[in-house]
Ligand binder design. Structure first.
Ligand SMILES: C[S@@+](CC[C@H](N)C(=O)[O-])C[C@H]1O[C@@H](n2cnc3c(N)ncnc32)[C@H](O)[C@@H]1O
Length: 251
């Protein structure tokens, strides 16, 4: 049986393996919370976490914004199960939906317009066309003055190959300086999950996970263009460390 204590154990391992790829992940979470604190006027904002995974970003936002509530959406039932067991309750609700499919927003069952859409390390799993559609939905439903905040590996794309190589190298150097643990990478974490008796039920529901093939990767410029096109009055980068960046749109 998956206890809250064991869920928290797996989430801690998740955070360590994610830091292997993003040595400034905690700083990135903190900056996203700063953005919300700076821009949101309501003391009880409704936040949607796109690709919530096991809830790392959501938990940090709930800690920083005591009046906030979060609805997290994801297409991985195992990660959602961990989030629910560890943090689920009145302030964090999770919903299973694939952001590439029409109707994902309706499945959230919200009773008011969200004040913010946030995401970390998730949207780079999407091709340009579905990402554009997701951002269009966000722009059409968000409350006036609402914000979109995405922290992810973002790229220059064609014509920016040397900058992209440089940014990747800077991330690697930063990781070495920060001394992030390299005990476990993505594959090793999933392999350990597969063998954990308390996760057997969730592994079964996950059934190998959903496939994502990224053939048409969005660039950092695409994010800005799509956000403007979606009705966000202003959009642009607000933070960067190597290839790890935060882009903000203000409706
Ligand atoms: C690397 S994890 C990041 C999770 C979490 N946001 C974090 O920062 O730790 C990427 C997440 O995005 C989710 N994801 C990717 N593509 C998705 C899609 N099309 N629909 C819903 N969730 C998606 C994955 O299931 C996974 O939970």
């Amino acid at each position: 049986m998956l206890t809250t204590e064991r869920a928290l154990y797996w989430l801690d391992r998740w955070d360590r393996q994610q830091e292997y790829y993003m040595p400034d992940r905690e700083e990135r979470f903190a900056v996203i919370a700063d953005v919300l604190e700076e821009l949101l006027e309501r003391t009880d904002p409704l936040i949607v976490d796109l690709g919530v995974g096991p809830g790392s970003l959501s938990r940090r936002l709930l800690d920083r914004l005591p009046g906030a509530s979060v609805v997290g959406v994801d297409a991985d039932p195992l990660l959602l199960g961990l989030a629910e067991r560890a943090y689920g309750g009145e302030r964090l609700r999770t919903v299973y939906a694939d952001l590439r499919e029409d109707g994902w927003y309706d499945r959230l069952g919200l009773d008011r317009a969200p004040d913010a859409f946030v995401s970390t390390t998730a949207l780079h799993w999407m091709n340009r066309a579905p990402l554009r559609a997701v951002l269009a939905t966000c722009g059409s439903v968000i409350a006036p003055g609402g914000v979109f905040v995405n922290g992810d590996h973002l790229y220059e794309g064609p014509g920016g190959e040397r900058l992209d190589a440089l940014n990747r190298a800077l991330t690697t150097r930063r990781a070495a300086r920060a001394g992030v643990s390299r005990d476990e990478d993505w594959a090793a974490w999933w392999s350990a999950v597969q063998d954990a008796p308390e996760l057997a039920d969730l592994v079964g529901v996950r059934n190998g996970g959903f496939s994502h093939v990224v053939e048409d990767r969005p660039t950092a410029r695409d994010y800005v263009d799509y956000l403007r096109e979606a009705g966000f009055a202003e959009a642009g980068p607000v933070w960067q460390c190597g290839d790890d960046r935060i882009v903000v749109g203000i409706r």
